[in-house]
Design a binder for this molecule. Structure first.
Ligand code: COA
Length: 257
């Protein structure tokens, strides 16, 4: 598939998806959302893709939000279906069985912050800024932000950020647990790749079950402990577990398939 708003680049099993509308600070219009959805389908189905980085083009923005210009053209009754569509695409990212990391290289506002939060974890450049400024537009976050920001930073801070619309910098985002590392702009992608390369030496089956088990904590339909036991049961019977245990006992490095 040809993408008009995304750049896809594969290197050693890591697919970097770059949202590429730098003149609009990579705002999420319908084309970006549709292409992100297709790109994630490719990630699910392509065995050669082992992990994903999501980032933004240019030096200024990761993603500065949903495309506000497009809102004007939508009818009053189209809001909830727009929200549901964004939520479904971001759930595809959150539930991806392969690691998906956000490399936040600038503004991550509104839908951009929500996109970063749908990834499994986040690294930020020093100039990154996070915020949910929807109240300035008479809106609320609609792509999962009210839920994921609350999960990540707790109710009080999430309420404050969403009620004031204030932006926070990378260091505060790290203090709040919204990002794991703050790097210089030059080092952001290399540090992200370094972490992914370490993850890629581990059992891919086990990594996918970690993702599923942790996500179960936040799924109100699931009992996380039951889910963990089931997932533990499935990895316990896997070839990777046999190889991992044998390699430990034979004092060698495991080779996972
Ligand atoms: N939707 C559509 N276009 C956007 C956008 C968005 N969310 N964010 C930025 N842009 C566009 C601007 O309209 C401008 O386009 P133009 O050059 O054709 O006029 C371009 O991107 C550059 O943005 P600009 O506002 O000139 O940059 P800035 O450095 O002065 O300000 C921000 C940067 C991020 C503070 C500012 O762009 C902003 O507040 N954006 C909206 C953030 C937001 O409310 N997001 C939530 C949406 S629900």
């Amino acid at each position: 598939m040809n993408y008009s708003t995304l750049l896809l680049q594969s290197e050693n099993g890591i697919l970097t998806i770059t949202i590429n509308r730098p003149d609009k600070l990579n705002a999420l219009n319908q084309t970006v959302l549709n292409e992100l959805s297709s790109a994630m389908d490719k990630v699910y189905n392509d065995v050669l893709i082992k992990a994903v980085i999501i980032t933004g083009a240019g030096e200024k923005a990761f993603v500065a939000g949903a495309d506000i210009a497009e809102f004007v053209a939508l009818k009053d009754d189209e809001g909830s279906s727009l929200s549901k569509k964004g939520q479904d695409i971001f759930s595809k990212i959150e539930n991806c069985p392969k690691p998906v990391i956000a490399a936040v290289n600038g503004f991550a506002l509104g839908g951009g912050c929500e996109l970063a939060m749908a990834c499994h974890f986040r690294l930020a450049s020093i100039n990154a800024k996070f915020g949910q400024p929807e109240v300035n537009l008479g809106l609320i976050p609609g792509y999962g932000g009210t839920q994921r920001l609350t999960m990540l930073v707790g109710k009080g801070k999430a309420m404050e950020l969403m009620m004031t619309g204030n932006m926070i910098g990378a260091d505060e985002a790290k203090t709040l647990g919204l990002v794991n590392y703050v790097e210089s702009s030059e080092n952001l992608l290399s540090k992200t790749k370094e972490i992914l390369n370490l993850i890629l030496t581990k059992s891919p089956v086990a990594v996918s079950k970690v993702i599923a088990a942790v996500n179960a904590f936040y799924d109100k339909q699931k009992n996380g402990f039951d889910e963990e036991a089931n997932l533990f049961g499935s990895v316990f019977a896997s070839d990777d577990k046999k190889e991992g245990a044998a390699a430990f006992l034979e004092k060698r490095k495991p080779v996972f398939k």
